[in-house]
Design a protein around this ligand. Structure first.
Ligand code: FAD
Length: 528
């Protein structure tokens, strides 16, 4: 039973269904459902679970149209429901159309091929099997567009973009891109067939698949992506200026939607380059951390003091900052190491940082100024964004300068930065839930990190895991939707498609991260 509960967990992008929830979930639902009835003792089901999990992650953005579920028939509380649904073999794949009736037992997929791409195409077919009457409410049209409708867009201004994917008859790319963009507003995606001469000739499209974009201002042109693949088309479209993720949380939080007050914030908008890191963000983050977050602790002792000392060690030795800031951190470190105290009142640290050092010209900004971490409203982005950025910088610096931590308590430890971050996050980071999640990830795999290079990749991988979990959450800034990063515009060579599934080229990611998070890529713009 321990294992039964473990094959799929709450954090997986699948809906975990049971005897008490299956019927009410799949019947009369506004979306279609594809449910895997499995058994936790069936070896094949166990081996298959990574594929199912990967599939669910891959089609997470389709969930307003079709959703993925699992139900464990080996769980005692599910015995009855599996009997009622006549599940004889594991795994059984059942799909339910949207608005399924109350006595619906679903249709079984009997194909022998259960590879991710095949099942994903099955999902598209399931959607297209709906009629006009029972079409899932939020699913856009998936059939080819009429050439007249498309050509009428030429030269016309519009409220939003229209993207057109032109493809061969047996291709699924167009429909997959349409579904990938379901949770985004500001854009409509349509598809057309390469056999539609009216379109291909007028738009001068000679190879398929190809993408074409009609801009709101009436201009139009071919969409230039490094590879003509689903992932590249979808990523490009999601990043168009003005295209935003819809708020999916059931209750709209007024703080988190753009409202009048936010326009003021937008007025002070600072232009920035997404391919750069900004010193202003890093210094603002350090200021907030030292003077606000830590300052809520009266005294530091025991574990807290260790966590703080390690943190100061790592930043003093590795942070590629401006001279007065680095000096300030070094002086703080010297002071901490020279004091063999078990317990330090935080006011003493504040006094040192704010007053004593200032006299000698060592100075850290005393206000926040977010640049690439600025949010579309006051409550979004900012500090947590700067903290991720700081730790990516530190892992990259450690890989570049392996001797930087020599003669410190952290010397020769490939996990030095990661373990320091872990201690900081669990001990001090104000978002406690975040800390719990991070600790769970750290416990699972941080100890397997064996080199400074692996540490860079570990943090990148985990950050993407967090991005994936938070996509569409309330804390997501609609202007900066959570994506798997680096996006193909930042690093085209980091991405590849294998058997229709996006894969990372990790050696390229490694090279990219070290360059992106290098001292040379930190812009001094806006740092006062
Ligand atoms: P961030 O995710 O903060 O990223 C900042 C910048 O880093 C991005 O703009 C991008 O340039 C770059 N970047 C993005 N992904 C990667 C990557 N994979 N590798 C390298 N660089 C990357 N919020 C919650 O609501 N729930 C949580 O459980 C949660 N856990 C957190 C745990 C930690 C350790 C931290 C530091 C933050 C956590 N947060 C959590 C906050 C959340 O992750 C974001 O920081 C916050 O929502 C702001 O998001 P953002 O859009 O500014 O981008």
């Amino acid at each position: 039973p321990g294992r039964a509960a473990r094959l799929y967990v709450e954090d997986d992008p699948v809906a975990i269904l049971g005897g008490d929830t299956l019927k009410q979930t799949v019947r009369n639902s506004s979306t279609a459902w594809l449910v895997q009835f499995y058994s936790s003792w069936c070896g094949h089901c166990i081996q298959y679970s990574p594929t199912w999990r990967a599939l669910a992650g891959d089609v997470k953005d389709w969930e307003l149209a079709i959703r993925i579920g699992v139900l464990d028939c080996a769980h005692e509380r599910n015995f009855d429901i599996c009997k009622e649904f006549e599940i004889h073999f594991y795994p059984t794949f059942r799909y339910f159309k949207a608005h399924a009736s109350v006595d619906e037992l679903g249709k079984t997929y009997r194909g022998a091929n259960r590879e991710l791409q095949t099942v994903r195409q099955l999902m598209v077919n399931i959607l297209q099997n709906h009629t006009r009457q029972d079409w899932p409410v939020h699913c856009p049209p998936l059939g080819p567009a009429r050439s007249d409708d498309i050509l009428a867009l030429m030269g016309k201004t519009a409220e939003q973009y229209t993207a057109l994917i032109v493809e061969d008859e047996d291709s699924y790319v167009g429909r997959e891109v349409i579904l990938d963009l379901v949770p985004y507003r500001g854009l409509t995606v349509r598809r057309a067939l390469s056999s539609d001469k009216a379109i291909t000739e007028k738009l001068r499209i000679s190879t398929a698949p190809a993408a074409y974009l009609f801009y709101p201002n009436g201009s139009h042109g071919a969409l230039d992506v490094p590879k003509r693949q689903r992932f590249f088309f979808s990523s490009f479209l999601k990043l168009l200026p003005g295209v935003r993720r819809k708020q999916t949380a059931s209750v709209q939080d007024p703080v988190h939607t753009l409202n009048k007050g936010d326009e003021a914030t937008m007025k002070d908008w600072k232009e920035f380059d997404r391919s750069k890191v900004y010193m202003a963000d890093l210094e603002s983050g350090l200021h907030y951390l030292l003077r606000v977050e830590l300052a809520s602790h009266h005294t530091l002792e025991g574990e807290e003091l260790v966590a703080f000392k390690d943190f100061v060690t790592v930043v003093a030795k590795l942070f590629p900052g401006r001279q007065p800031v680095v000096k300030l951190l070094e002086t703080l470190l010297e002071w901490l190491t020279s004091l063999p105290l078990e317990k330090i009142p935080y006011d003493a640290i504040l006094d040192l940082v704010n007053n004593k050092m200032r006299i000698s010209g060592l100075y850290l900004t005393d206000h926040v100024q977010w640049v690439s971490c600025q949010g579309s409203s006051m409550t979004l982005r900012g500090y947590p964004c700067s903290l991720w950025t700081l730790f990516h910088i530190l892992t990259a610096q450690a890989a570049q300068r392996p001797d930087a931590l020599a003669n410190t308590a952290l010397e020769d430890d490939p996990q030095a930065v990661l373990q320091t971050m872990r201690r900081y996050i669990t001990t001090f980071f104000g978002c406690q839930e975040c800390g719990k999640h991070f600790e769970a990830m750290a416990k699972e795999s941080m100890n397997s990190v064996k080199s400074l290079d692996e540490a860079v990749l570990w943090l990148w991988r985990k950050h993407n895991q967090v991005n994936s979990r938070l996509a569409g959450a309330m804390s997501e800034d609609p202007v900066f939707p959570k994506t798997q990063w680096p996006t193909p515009d930042l690093c085209p060579t980091c991405h590849e498609e294998q058997n229709g599934l996006h894969v990372w080229k990790e050696d390229m990611v490694q090279v990219f991260l070290k360059k992106h998070y290098s001292a040379a890529n930190i812009s001094p713009k806006y740092s006062s």
